[in-house]
Structure formats: structure tokens, C-alpha cells
Design a binder for this molecule. Sequence first.
Ligand SMILES: [Zn+2]
Length: 113
Amino acid sequence: MHEMSLCESILQVLEQQAEVQRYRKVKTVWLEIGALAGVEIEALRFSFDMVVLGSLAEHARLEIIEIPGQAWCLPCGCNVDVQQLYDVCPHCGSHQLQVNKGDHMRIKELEVE
Ligand SMILES: [Zn+2]
């Protein structure tokens, strides 16, 4: 399950930031997850609770902000909404789409003490 390794990298970031920003406890993590990032949100929540056990983020609340997918369609010359990676353009059916939004995951904000 790759959500588990995603959570491990999130925890690494939290621990690195703890040294820089000098906090001891993470209370809330706001996570942006793109619809095209290939992340299973339920699996991510489940993994997060396990990965943070005994860490500075134990009992931290995970707030997930879902970012819709968007791609540039070459034939249409405009941005279109896409639900999945490798979707076709909803207007012209073309595969010539360049995803430009919603294909990543990142930590948006932290509440710490
Ligand atoms: Zn199109």
C-alpha cells in the first residue's frame, strides 16, 4: 500500500520542520490531495494514524483538502476538468491532455505547539 510510504514521508517532513520551527507537537495537518494524485484518501487516513503512533504527530488531526483535476487540451486550446489520469477531453475526446492541476499531494498548513 503506497499510502503507507506517503505517510512516512509526511512524518519525515513534520520531524524536519520540528527542528527548524522548534515545535514539539503537531496538532493538525492540512493536506492537499489532487484528484489525479492516485491517493486513496481512506487508506491514507488509516495509514496516517498508524505511522504517527508514538511520534510528535500522535493524535494529530488530518484535514484533507481535495483539489480537482485539470488539464490543458491541445486541440481545444483550453483547460478542461478531468476526474482521472488518462481521461480523455470531455469536449473533443482527445488524449492530448497535459495535466496542470490536481496531480500532486502537499502539506498546506500545520497547527503546532
Ligand atoms: Zn479537447
